[in-house]
Design a protein around this ligand. Sequence first.
Ligand SMILES: Nc1ncnc2c1ncn2[C@@H]1O[C@H](COP(=O)(O)OP(=O)(O)OP(=O)(O)O)[C@@H](O)[C@H]1O
Length: 251
Amino acid sequence: MIRLDRVRKSFGSVEALRDVSLEVAAGEFVAIVGASGCGKSTLLRLIAGLVQPTAGHVVLDGRAVTEPRAETAMVFQAATLLPWADVLRNVTFPLRLMRRAGGDTEARARALLATAGLAGFEHRLPRELSGGMQQRVAICRALLQDPRVLLMDEPFGALDALTREEMSLELLRIWQGREMAVVFVTHSIPEAVLLADRVVVMSPRPGRIAEIIPVELPRPRGFEQEGSPAFQAAAQRIRALIYGGRASHAA
Ligand SMILES: Nc1ncnc2c1ncn2[C@@H]1O[C@H](COP(=O)(O)OP(=O)(O)OP(=O)(O)O)[C@@H](O)[C@H]1O
């Protein structure tokens, strides 16, 4: 569904990505990990149509991505909510902006918020919510667009560890009920393995794909799987790729 074909991206003299080729199937969950500055966010922004490749092609459903598309939604590390608008208005804002809001939009928004544990908070302002709740609102806002591609850039990076774990399971639950491809950037190797069908490991700048690790764990997934040999093997392989020989010295 998503295809990157020998994509390069430079910002002036800075080469962020070099020859990145990747395919993501409809409904697939792909995680991207790699050192800071290896071009993970740039990769997402290319798929989102927010930036254009210097060379190569980004194709979504057979058409080159030249601008943001209605079938793609993005979630960032910060919730980026409108501070003056209540939760319900924040969640429905993109659809209203794109003039895609219909008679059922508010009911769907309320249902999504309930799924995310936010029933009763529809008319609160963002500042009245915890960081985790704000991020749930941002995720609901993306899901209300019913995207076929959900791009997530360290969506749980600013959350405490417990909220983060809870949110990852919730994301999996929501994803499982939909035909939605997810491309999920994270700095957490266990998070990548827990969530993804495949983990794309990037090498340092200029970012290239070092290896793509398939995660052979059954679904539905849960934290009890973290102790399993398949989980450990995938995490170890990713660590070895990122840290190279340094992983063993640290032990
Ligand atoms: N708009 C821009 N203008 C100039 N340089 C940029 C721009 N966006 C990204 N870069 C550069 O491209 C490289 C890759 O950046 P990017 O944000 O994609 O990395 P990242 O892997 O997401 O990093 P992090 O994990 O720290 O968020 C960096 O060297 C960055 O400085």
